[in-house]
Design a protein around this ligand. Structure first.
Ligand code: SF4
Ligand code: SF4
Length: 461
């Protein structure tokens, strides 16, 4: 006698016509199964009442892969429990993550950037004072002494952090020594506009164990210079490319972030041409990664006109298009330089994390240049989002839960979404401040295309 069974809510049926097979992928169990065409067609159309018409061997296989489940099993509750477990794991994290702005001032005046709003600076110190750095050191010491942290990670942020590279140098030296003494791992990264990446600052970053450097380039020269210029109005494109050209070999890993709207995307070919002509990329492909970061129509911080911004679907589509453009540029170069070509590959997604580690972890902080704590680094230039001061920070005290206490599994769209178990949207800020501004998972839009590609690469033949 068959137990009471039902089809999983999280099955995705992907027909692969040219091979006459059906692939079932289950976002909750993470399993993928190939069925011959007629059987797959039949199961894709059946409801749970019809399971008993299937052969025992098929039922067993589907049960084993979580595509059929016991009727009493509440999949949704199980997802809720795993989201709560993730939250608890993050809150129990052994990593002290600090986003530190040595200064919120910037040498550039990009119109779309919140850092460009100098009015919020009135009455502030222009950089982290000696006194506040001492408070920060005391906070790190206390955290090491009173928690079980095993790793310290710092991200230097701003404003433009390299304006105050002396703070980076001195504070890093202090914390690296402290980490060594306490056998704690240490790692650091920086987000910079790239203008001050000169020899002296490369040296400081190397000494400060900064390995990952994120720089923003917004399209080709014309596009970039129209939105990313110095305080005196001068464009920065050529300066940034010149600095990149001089990257010391094999010491850093670079992320070239392109914040772009639809106009910027159309100008990307020009950027790729210049990077290649200057032997930056693809020549140094192993050290440089791109991050196409489409401007989303509802994201906080951007304040220029929104007609060219992306909707959630367009956002994910443009990321797919960027990946294809990058590969085609790489392959063009590879074929002219006797290198192997690359193909776009996909892997099955990791289970969802549900929540943002920066916000949820009690000891993680974002520090502005006045010594005030923010929970989300996106707000370091917004005084209204300061929650406490570093001089007497209580990780469980006032404001620490500002972006918490929401349950993603209860958000209307998400609770019924079939990709919830693998959804990579885990930005607490977007859910708390404006739930409709969330960016949906790329898997929601490209499930069939990706599963077909994974099947072709790994399972076909
Ligand atoms: S953010 Fe979008 S894709 Fe992700 S679970 Fe919610 S509705 Fe689904
Ligand atoms: S809440 Fe969102 S914006 Fe803020 S740190 Fe987390 S992921 Fe980033």
């Amino acid at each position: 006698m068959l137990p009471n069974l039902k089809l999983s809510y999280y099955n995705h049926f992907v027909p692969i016509e040219n091979r006459q097979v059906f692939v079932i992928y289950n976002t909750f169990s993470g399993s993928m199964l190939e069925l011959e065409w007629d059987l797959g067609t039949r199961i894709s159309k059946m409801n749970s009442m019809e399971i008993h018409f299937l052969e025992d061997e098929i039922i067993d296989r589907l049960l084993q892969h979580g595509m059929i489940v016991d009727n009493a099993f509440n999949e949704f509750n199980a997802i809720f429990n795993s989201a709560e477990r993730n939250r608890a794991d993050i809150q129990d994290s052994e990593i002290l993550f600090m986003v530190i702005s040595p200064t919120n001032s910037c040498n550039m005046s990009c119109p779309y950037c919140f850092q460009g709003d100098k009015s919020i600076k009135a009455g502030d110190t222009k950089y982290l004072s000696e006194e506040n750095i001492e408070h920060l050191k005391a906070y790190v010491n206390t955290t090491i002494a009173t928690t079980k942290i095993k790793k310290i990670a710092i991200e230097w942020f701003g404003g433009e952090p390299l304006i105050k590279s002396n703070i980076i140098e001195e504070f890093s030296e202090y914390v690296i020594n402290l980490a060594n003494k306490n056998s704690i791992l240490y790692e650091a990264s920086i987000i910079t506009n790239g203008v001050l990446l000169n020899e002296k600052n490369y040296d400081i970053l190397e000494k400060s164990k900064v390995r990952k450097i994120q720089i923003t380039i917004d399209g080709n020269k014309e596009m970039h210079d129209s939105v990313r210029y110095l305080n005196n109005g001068k464009g920065t494109y050529q300066k940034i490319l010149d600095n990149l050209k001089n990257i010391p070999k094999h010491k850093f890993y670079f992320i070239l972030r392109i914040n772009g709207d639809k106009r910027v995307f159309d100008k990307l070919e020009g950027l790729f041409e210049d990077l290649e002509a200057m032997e930056i990329w693809p020549q140094r492909n192993d050290e440089i990664q791109f991050d196409w970061s489409p401007k989303f129509f509802n994201v906080t911080g951007f304040n220029e006109e929104k007609a060219f911004y992306y909707t959630s679907y367009e956002y994910q589509k443009s990321r797919e298009d960027f990946a294809k453009l990058k590969i085609s540029r790489y392959n063009k170069w590879a074929s002219n330089n006797a290198r192997n070509s690359k193909t776009l590959t996909y892997a099955l997604p990791e289970p969802a994390k549900f929540y943002c580690a920066t916000v949820e972890s009690p000891y993680s902080i974002s520090l502005d240049d006045g010594g005030f704590i923010h929970k989300c680094y996106n707000t370091v230039n917004d005084k209204s989002k300061r929650i406490q001061h570093i001089s007497d920070f209580d990780p469980y005290g006032a404001g620490t839960d500002y972006y918490m206490n929401f349950d993603k599994t209860k958000v209307a769209d998400c609770s019924t979404c079939k990709v919830l178990p693998i959804c990579e949207e885990n930005c607490n800020m977007r859910f708390v401040t404006n739930a409709e501004s969330k960016i949906c998972s790329s898997w929601k839009y490209f499930m069939n295309e990706r599963i077909s590609a994974i099947y072709e690469k790994n399972f076909a033949d």
